[in-house]
Design a protein. Structure first.
Length: 544
């Protein structure tokens, strides 16, 4: 944990102690320690254990506080804070997070007005009832309402695509700041989760570089949540939170590793470090008080005897064992994709634009869903990529296929989509397996209902698909839970078909988001049919 976070955690302890009615001196000691630690020039984890320059020697920090600070620096947690939280009404903890509400006011609101939840607080502020309390006026009420609105916006997760659209231009502007040596986005964004809670930007620069000020001044920034030398947090106009951290270049790799997460992966790596008597933090790899490395992200993995793990699979779902045994997957890459499934009756011009865009990206084939044969035939002549005619057929409740044999014979690729929104999990699995068993399908679309993935036994269905040579669709427009689905398909030995369903040139880009989730599902080139050459696909379609 970095010094500023330790500082704000100690402040939180002070708040909760104050609410409990602890002695003024005790509260003051935690507040003082918070200030002292936040202002330290070097990270707590690099201070000597004892003697001059150690924590105990700092003004106002005795043995007890030094122990707490070390606990935070080393584990990122504080047992005492957990205890305090468990003793404090949950509603009060939430109230404390709002700007303008210190412990005294939060307690007064809670006890004086009987307010227990944020909703009740919002209602009271709107109705002007908070003014009944001493020292509370319309201005504070307005501030509280704003804080509640910002909190609601913050609670939402947004899609990775949306986050990218907002963050890429901001990063491009920040990159221009003189003195910025490196800048990368870390967190769930780098792990390519299909949705992100907030965006974590990491910069290598001297602390004197005014990068935080640049983010605060950014045209997209709406509110400033934190404004320190090494950490700046803002809310964008969209409500998305952006956290910016500045670290020295020599610790950039360790910081990238830490802030990429996931938290579960970090904890597993740190535990491996402890076994080797190494301390691993966002500041680097340490032995006793000696810093061994940390400039490159590889340094962290090497220190615990592991190969570098791609960010997409850092979820503590087996990647650490795989990295130790040299069994990491060689994740499928964008450059390996040869084909896509594009959709929905594009007219001849649109189709020509899509095919030339796809060719320019190095593509070799497209399955065109729903276009009349004549359109495909005409496009074929000047496409430069091989075009296959695709058709979506509906699968009935018992697994029946909603098209005649003659109709199926007219197209190259048959994609089955279940049209049984009310089936329970078991019946859905049976229907899908039955549809695969008909031997009519080339691709089985992932079942969705009301925009949500439907629960079914992916393993059983994927096994049937493997036996019958049927691909399992992964639609890049609907990514919820797609990483787990991709992994289950791979593990069953079956193969995915990533589909963009692009209706125009811009949407061809969507395929990348399907690829992200296949990578998060540990898929290699062999697990994804989009990597086949046009000839290989033809053989596959002929069930050769
Ligand atoms: P998000 O923002 O909810 O989509 O997910 P993340 O993974 O981006 O999470 P975030 O922004 O809270 O934190 C960024 C990274 O920082 C996270 O992936 C791992 C690291 N991190 C945060 N809190 C802790 C912690 O308490 N312990 C450890 N070991 N790492 C943490
Ligand atoms: Ca994040
Ligand atoms: Ca964050």
């Amino acid at each position: 944990m970095d010094n500023e976070t330790i500082g704000s955690t100690l402040d939180q302890v002070a708040d909760l102690l104050e609410i409990e009615g602890a002695s003024v001196f005790r509260v003051r000691a935690y507040r003082g320690a918070a200030r002292t630690v936040s202002a330290l020039a070097s990270p707590v984890s690099t201070l000597p254990e004892k003697g001059p320059g150690s924590l105990e020697e700092l003004p106002g920090i005795g043995k007890d506080l030094a122990g707490k600070i070390r606990e935070l620096a080393e584990t990122g947690e504080l047992a005492m804070l957990h205890e305090l939280k468990s003793r404090t009404p949950e509603s009060l903890i939430h109230l404390l997070e709002l700007p303008g509400l210190g412990p005294k006011r939060a307690k007064a609101i809670h006890e004086g007005l009987g307010i227990d939840t944020i909703e009740e607080l919002e209602k009271a502020a709107r109705e002007g009832r908070l003014r009944a309390l001493k020292g509370v006026g319309p201005k504070l009420e307005a501030q509280i309402l704003e804080g509640i609105a910002a909190r609601a916006a913050r609670g939402k997760r947004i899609s990775l695509a949306e986050a990218e659209a907002q963050v890429e231009p901001i990063v491009a502007r920040l990159r221009e700041v003189p003195g910025v040596l490196r800048i990368e986005v870390a967190g769930s964004y780098r792990r390519r989760r299909d949705n992100v809670g907030d965006v974590d930007i990491l910069v290598a620069a001297d602390v004197s570089v005014a990068i935080g000020k640049k983010l605060i001044a950014d045209p997209q920034t709406d509110k400033v949540l934190a404004d320190g030398d090494t950490k700046t947090s803002v809310l964008l106009k969209s409500g998305l939170q952006v956290d910016l951290r500045v670290v020295p270049e020599e610790t950039f790799g360790a910081a990238m590793h830490y802030f990429t997460g996931s938290k579960a992966h970090n904890i597993a790596i740190r535990t491996l470090g402890v076994r080797k008597k190494l301390k691993i933090s966002e500041w680097g790899v340490f032995q006793e008080d000696k810093r061994l490395s940390g400039e490159r992200e590889e340094d962290v993995f090497e220190a615990v005897g592991l190969a570098w793990v791609p960010p997409e699979i850092r979820e503590d779902r087996g990647e650490i064992d795989a990295a130790r045994e040299g069994k990491l997957p060689k994740l499928v890459e964008r450059a390996e994709l040869r084909g896509d499934f594009v959709a929905g009756k594009p007219d001849a011009d649109e189709l020509a634009a899509i095919t030339s865009a796809w060719r320019a990206k190095g593509g070799a084939w497209l399955v065109v869903i729903g276009a009349p044969r004549s359109v495909i035939e005409r496009a074929r002549e000047h496409a430069g990529v091989e075009l296959f005619a695709g058709r979506v057929v509906t699968i009935g409740e018992g697994g029946s296929i909603g098209a005649s044999e003659e109709e199926l014979a007219e197209v190259d690729v048959v994609i089955g989509e279940i049209d049984a929104a009310n089936l329970a999990e078991k019946a859905l699995t049976q229907a899908l397996v039955a549809a695969v068993e008909t031997g009519c399908l080339h691709v089985l679309a992932r079942p969705f209902g009301a925009g949500k993935p439907r629960q079914f036994d992916v393993e059983a269905v994927a096994k049937a698909c493997r036996e019958r040579g049927v691909l399992l669709g992964l639609d890049a427009r609907f990514l919820q839970g797609a990483d787990g689905y991709a992994r289950a398909v791979k593990e069953a030995g079956a193969r995915l078909a990533l589909t963009s369903h692009a209706r125009n040139v811009e949407e061809v880009e969507l395929l990348r988001y399907g690829l992200d989730q296949a990578r998060r599902g540990w898929c290699e080139a062999k697990d994804v049919a989009n990597t086949l050459s046009a000839g290989e696909l033809r053989t596959f379609l002929a069930r050769g």
